[in-house]
Design a protein around this ligand. Structure first.
Ligand SMILES: NC(=O)c1ccc[n+]([C@@H]2O[C@H](COP(=O)([O-])OP(=O)(O)OC[C@H]3O[C@@H](n4cnc5c(N)ncnc54)[C@H](OP(=O)(O)O)[C@@H]3O)[C@@H](O)[C@H]2O)c1
Length: 318
């Protein structure tokens, strides 16, 4: 059964990839302590609402630290924390920062970020390469792959990779074949899948057969599932999504998340909510199920991955 997890990209840093227009709130002075308190409160709300999977990353500002603080002194044994290495947050909470993160998939970076991330143990059970694209070369870097295998054995954690970009299907197929000392390395993959980006649809069965957990990110296409004049090419799709939302007495976000759940039955779909209201709306996806013919209709919304990712690349941080 698919569960909904909480992604912490939006609560760990004040700016995050989004389609929103400026609201003016960005110009107010940023207060780190208040920001941190709000993030920790959301983690607690998520837990109280039944969420048991938390996804974070070294590159998500203070998200890892928030999770560590929230978990310290807690007596819970039923949550999974997944984190990632490979990006460094460099914006320093400056709303006008030009560069937000730097990608580096070296052994040095892996070792340095692991030193921080391991504070999340024993809750930490999935350690992922952040954005393992073919171009990054990380899937061919034997010293990095061997080190990950070492961490897997030493700490009894699962090793995962996250994929992005128009070649994510190829990257995943390559990852399926990676072995260290004769044993498959990867136990989990976090991939982008939503009503528009369905390129991995026909390899999900293969991934599951390899005993690799499937975690869906960007289930709302970074907000592009909501009717928006900036994206007129999605107009026919909005009609169907809104009709279904009305039928199930819920929001378009819940319909889009439910599509991910019912069409490929992943282990987890991540909500990227940054406040309680959005989280509760996203969680409505748990309350209904789409009909087979509705799944078929949404399946046809699939667009060319190159088009999807070009549009995604053009999104800004705000
Ligand atoms: N591995 C990677 O490279 C990677 C990349 C991206 C994401 N992730 C993970 O996946 C998680 C989820 O991804 P995501 O948040 O980027 O993408 P997403 O779920 O596709 O999109 C989130 C967007 O949808 C909007 N939204 C959600 N619910 C809404 C509602 N009820 N009404 C109006 N707008 C709503 C949000 O707006 P608001 O901002 O107003 O809430 C936000 O703009 C992240 O937190 C992170 O953990 C990983």
């Amino acid at each position: 059964m698919t569960t909904i997890g909480l992604g912490t990209a939006a609560i760990g840093r004040p700016q995050y990839i989004n389609i929103k227009q400026k609201t003016g709130a960005e110009d107010e002075p940023f207060q780190l302590s208040q920001f941190k308190q709000q993030g920790i409160a959301l983690l607690e709300t998520a837990y109280q609402s039944g969420i048991r999977y938390f996804d974070t990353a070294a590159g998500y500002g203070i998200a890892e630290e928030m999770l560590t603080d929230w978990l310290s002194g807690k007596q819970i044994s039923d949550i999974t924390v997944a984190t990632k290495w490979g990006y460094t947050y460099v914006a320093g909470f400056d709303p006008n920062a030009k560069v937000h993160e730097i990608k580096e998939h070296s052994l040095k970076k892996l070792n340095a970020q692991w030193e921080h991330s391991k504070k999340l143990l024993p809750y930490l059970s999935v350690y992922q390469i952040h954005s393992a694209t073919l171009e990054s070369g990380v899937l061919d870097n034997m010293e990095v792959l061997s080190r990950l295998a070492e961490l897997k054995n030493e700490y009894q954690i699962k090793i995962g990779l996250t994929t992005s970009g128009s070649r994510q299907k190829e990257a995943l197929l390559k990852a399926l074949d990676i072995e260290v000392d004769g044993k498959p390395l990867f136990d989990a993959c976090q991939l982008t899948y939503n009503v528009y980006e369905q390129s991995i649809y026909d390899i999900v069965a293969k991934i599951k057969k390899a005993n690799i957990k499937v975690i869906v990110k960007e289930a709302l296409a970074n907000g592009r599932v909501f009717a928006n004049k900036k994206y007129p090419h999605y107009l026919p799709h909005y009609t169907l999504l809104y009709e279904l939302a009305e039928k199930y007495n819920t929001g378009v976000d819940a319909v889009a998340i439910r599509y991910c759940m019912d069409s490929i039955q992943p282990n987890v779909v991540l909500s990227g909510a940054y406040n309680e209201e959005t989280l509760m709306q996203n969680l409505e996806a748990l309350n209904f199920k789409l009909e087979p013919e509705e799944l078929e209709d949404i399946r046809t919304m699939n667009i060319m991955p190159e088009f999807y990712w070009n549009e995604r690349t053009a999104l800004t941080y705000n």
